[in-house]
Unconditional design. Structure first.
Length: 228
């Protein structure tokens, strides 16, 4: 093939056009970002690679952004706080249930003992009993007739229900953790009927935990008649 001078002139023009096109190629986004950063006064070209996200083998970014880390910490903190609140509620509920059960058991035990003694008594000693007071006294004449078994006395002493059999020492029939603040005896006896009394009790217990304290109270009332 032969080339005329006009052919060489056209080749020269084509090469110049390619050269001009390559000089005016629109830069990529990465190049634009780099160019923008280079114009910043704080730009350090030696650490430029550290500022760029490093893709993993699949082409996605493997590093967490600061916003992602902040969101992760915030969500984790909320979950931990919620779990702690639930745990504290469960512990507090169990403590309250345990305390309430203890108060009920103590007062019911004392009431059952008083009921049994009243059923077995020969007479109600109205002269030595105290009626209508929260610090009441119940005195019963028991079978046997000796000082070792009679009278049977129930009273409130230092926040506890106490009992005394005949000439024996007084003993406590409610637990040390339960504070009884009411022991009221009411005489309901009517003419020609067996002696009848109404017994009212109220007690409470407070348990101090690691972060709070739980107080439970309980009231109990019953009417009892002598069977003799």
């Amino acid at each position: 093939m032969s080339f005329t001078p006009n052919s060489f002139s056209w080749l020269s023009l084509f090469r110049k056009a390619l050269h001009c096109h390559s000089e005016h190629v629109i830069p990529s986004r990465a190049e634009e970002r780099t160019a923008t950063m280079q114009r910043m006064p704080w730009f350090d070209s030696a650490h430029h690679d550290m500022l760029e996200p490093h893709p993993d083998s699949s082409g996605n970014r493997s590093a967490f952004t600061l916003i992602e880390l902040i969101l992760y910490v915030a969500i984790s903190s909320m979950v931990v706080v919620a779990m702690m609140n639930i745990l504290m509620t469960i512990v507090s509920t169990r403590q309250k249930s345990s305390v309430g059960s203890s108060v009920q058991q103590n007062l019911r035990f004392a009431m059952d003992r008083i009921t049994l003694s009243t059923h077995q008594a020969l007479a109600l000693n109205t002269g030595t009993s105290t009626f209508g007071s929260d610090n009441g006294v119940l005195s019963l004449t028991m079978t046997g007739g000796t000082a070792a078994v009679t009278p049977m006395i129930y009273t409130l002493c230092n926040g506890h229900i106490c009992a005394k059999i005949g000439n024996k020492p007084t003993f406590v029939i409610t637990g040390s953790g339960v504070l009884v603040d009411q022991f009221r005896i009411t005489n309901l006896t009517s003419v020609g009927a067996p002696a009848t009394i109404k017994v009212q009790m109220h007690g409470k217990e407070t348990v101090v935990g690691a972060t709070n304290q739980n107080t439970a109270s309980f009231s109990l009332e019953t009417s009892i008649s002598l069977r003799q």
